[in-house]
Write a protein that binds this ligand. Structure first.
Ligand SMILES: [Fe+2]
Length: 355
């Protein structure tokens, strides 16, 4: 008959085998998913032909609208650079989810905007689906633009390709995203009108500067066509707000002018993270001539300000995700969102919501 010591040894050996087996199973599972998602399969999505020409007739009815109640503020909450990766952020994504929940419940937005880099790395399938599930749960309309990381590590290298991301966005009931024209070198350019008692009080333009450091000529033409079309049909030019992922050089100039005292800030100003090298080439001036008074972007996680400069206001939105974002002093890496309140005037404020 085996001794008590023998039983104990067998029990210990079985336990070690179970733990080792489970650990190996988890490692093999992660390995399999890594290979599957990063090497074996790409989700290409629907190939849509939405060819546009500047000679096409413009239809105001084709622009999605949101209603603002008279005498009440219309609140937009922006999430910037959520930047989740399928595998690497498995254990951090819930903290991002909590930050988003907190901001939504505090500010009760009428619209949520997302200034790009919703995901990062090639592994963007599970993370984007999670983000869409969270956004849908708020039952609030939302409007994203693409960021450079939404394209993957390199241009078009993401597991969920840009067309597939367009499909996911367009198929989500509360999402106002439209892939827009498919022949202007970018996907995801679209306007939204905010209407109060039949009057358009704001036109929001979402432009995909995502992976690129320039705005394409065709994209510029499409913007002018859209802004002119809205103005011609309405008989007036509504004030515009432009959402892009990357910053134009005008953001850097606004900061310079803030430093020399010739530009006005509202709230704190943090600019520690450098700037993008987007070729502006007169586009900001062109947009201003078409009624745009606000430019909002993300991308530089360490920059966060709202500065009025040279006839427009430039806002680096506060980043929401876990990466970068030194705020207040160099020891803090904090996250939050940006709130745009459209009332008698339009105010922009930044709100921390977690470390
Ligand atoms: Fe970015």
């Amino acid at each position: 008959m085996p001794s008590l010591g023998y039983h104990k040894a067998m029990k210990k050996r079985t336990k070690v085998l179970i733990i080792s087996g489970s650990a190996l199973g988890v490692i093999a599972g992660i390995g399999f998913l890594s290979v599957y998602f990063t090497l074996l399969y790409r989700y290409k999505g629907r190939q849509v032909d939405n060819t546009w020409s500047k000679d096409d007739p413009f239809y105001l009815a084709s622009v999605k609208t949101l209603q603002k109640k008279k005498g009440e503020d219309f609140v937009i909450l922006n999430f910037a650079d959520i930047q989740l990766c399928d595998l690497e952020d498995t254990f951090t994504k819930e903290s991002v989810h909590r930050i988003m929940d907190k901001l939504v419940s505090e500010h009760k937005p009428d619209l949520i905007t997302l200034t790009g880099d919703q995901t990062w790395s090639n592994e963007n399938l599970l993370s984007l689906r999670s983000i869409l599930r969270w956004l849908e749960s708020y039952k609030v309309p939302y409007a994203p633009v693409f960021g450079n990381h939404d394209h993957g590590n390199e241009f078009s290298s993401a597991v969920a390709g840009l067309n597939y991301c367009c499909d996911l966005y367009e198929d989500s009931p509360h999402c106002l995203f439209s892939r827009g024209p498919t022949n202007i070198d970018r996907l995801g350019n679209y306007p939204i009108n905010i209407v109060e008692e039949g009057k358009v009080v704001k036109t929001l333009y979402f432009l995909d500067l995502g992976y690129f450091d320039s705005i394409s000529d065709k994209q510029r033409d499409w913007f002018c066509y859209t802004a002119d079309g809205i103005e011609n049909e309405l008989g007036y030019a509504p004030e515009g707000m432009m959402f892009t992922h990357k910053d134009f050089p005008s953001f850097r100039n606004a900061y310079k002018h803030y430093l020399d005292g010739s530009a006005q800030n509202s709230g704190d100003v943090y600019a520690n993270g450098g700037y993008s090298y987007v070729e502006e080439d007169g586009f900001v001036e062109l947009a201003k001539q078409h009624g745009v008074t606000d430019f909002l972007c993300g991308h530089q996680h360490w920059n966060n300000f709202t500065i009025q400069d040279n006839g427009a206001r430039f806002t680096f939105c506060l980043k929401t995700g876990p990466y970068g974002g030194i705020y207040q002093d160099d020891s803090l890496t904090l996250s939050g969102g940006t709130v745009i309140t459209i009332g008698e005037e339009t105010k922009i404020t930044h709100h921390l919501a977690g470390a």
